[in-house]
Design a protein around this ligand. Structure first.
Ligand code: BTN
Length: 337
């Protein structure tokens, strides 16, 4: 399995170099000979990569003695397309792997991350996930109209501060969505994003730690970007939405992904440097929060808690006053609708 995956990733590299050159040409012709020289593979191999691009939704014109030119670029998260939308030097997204269909980007990236050669910031994105993972062992509905990706964070972060990563990610995703729509986006503690009081994005961080130090985090982000409302299965129809359904307009998914990474990058670096982390964006999180100031029910590992959500602490705990007046500080759990 690993070997197969790695072979595939290597050939993605060649395909991406060909794509990079075609994109640079901005619709002009690039000869097969040049593509072959850039990649160091035969012209027949170049042609096979062109076919792969077509399978992914690109339209490439091929004419004898002239070469190839791009006439249509799909909105998918391939490295050359994402990188063009990222600031120079952004470590998150500096390497991007893409699978049209995969079980779970989190599961596969966690597997690939066993190799220390896989750099910090590697992104694995997918068109569709057949076994998308949600929190608490749930599955995550992942049709081909969404944005599903995982980011490898390999930074020295104390285990005690790891929970801040998902909170920071929720702020980054919210900012990214708001770059493309005016429709309100709220945060449900700890890191669900809501539009129209329904879930539009879920975040799942899975980490590997050595003692008190995080070795790496696989940060999975699922955004129901352009999922038509009627596509949600019955059990999700009343609790899930998409940016398309909530705002009435589709979003550019590659741009959305790039904006998430661009927003997240400085936050992760600050956390890794021992800086403010979540505390730096806590006011923004509070002002966007759907949970605070309400009577809520929270499913915690220790049981159901009912009470009034007072505040969040700088390390991400939800502060609740129960109906008997007891004040609780809840490190993890799920607010029930
Ligand atoms: C949740 O239950 O709220 C978390 C959902 C996280 C879904 C994303 S989609 C990309 C990544 N790969 C997965 O298998 N899960 C996460």
């Amino acid at each position: 399995m690993a070997e197969h995956a790695l072979t595939t990733w290597e050939s993605q590299d060649l395909r991406d170099r060909i794509l990079e050159r075609l994109l640079d040409a901005e619709g002009d012709w690039v000869s097969g000979a040049e593509l072959s020289a850039i990649t160091g593979v035969s012209r027949t191999a170049v042609w096979k990569h062109i076919q792969t691009l077509e399978e992914l939704g690109f339209t490439v014109e091929a004419v004898r003695h002239r070469g190839y030119r791009l006439t249509h670029v799909p909105d998918i998260v391939l490295e050359p397309l994402l990188r063009r939308r990222l600031p120079a030097g952004c470590a998150l997204g500096r390497r991007v792997l893409y699978a049209p269909v995969i079980g779970s980007t989190n599961a596969t990236l966690a597997h690939l991350a066993q190799s220390p050669a896989l750099p910090h910031g590697t992104v694995l994105a997918a068109g569709t996930q057949t076994g998308g993972r949600g929190r608490r062992g749930r599955s995550w509905f992942s049709p081909d109209t969404g944005l599903w990706f995982s980011v490898l964070i390999r930074r020295q972060i104390p285990l005690s501060r790891a929970a801040e990563i998902t909170l920071l990610a929720s702020v980054a995703v919210r900012r990214a969505i708001l770059r493309q729509t005016d429709a309100p986006v709220q945060i449900k503690w700890p890191n669900d994003l809501l539009m129209d009081e329904r879930k539009v994005c879920g975040i799942l961080a899975e980490l590997r730690a050595d003692g008190e130090e995080v070795q790496h985090v696989v940060l999975g982000i699922g955004i129901n970007a352009n999922v038509p409302h009627e596509a949600f299965p019955d059990e999700l129809a009343n609790i899930a939405t998409s940016i398309l359904a909530a705002s009435g307009r589709p979003v550019h998914r590659t741009q959305l992904g790039a904006d998430v990474l661009r927003e997240l990058e400085p936050m992760v670096e600050a956390l890794a440097m021992g800086g403010a982390g979540f505390a730096a964006v806590i006011d923004e999180w509070r002002s966007a929060c759907h949970t605070l100031g309400r009577d809520i029910r929270v499913q915690t590992p220790g049981g159901l808690v009912e009470g009034f959500a007072i505040d969040i602490s700088p390390d991400g705990r939800l502060l609740v006053r129960t109906h008997t007046g007891e004040r609780l500080s809840i490190p993890s759990g799920e607010v029930l609708f």
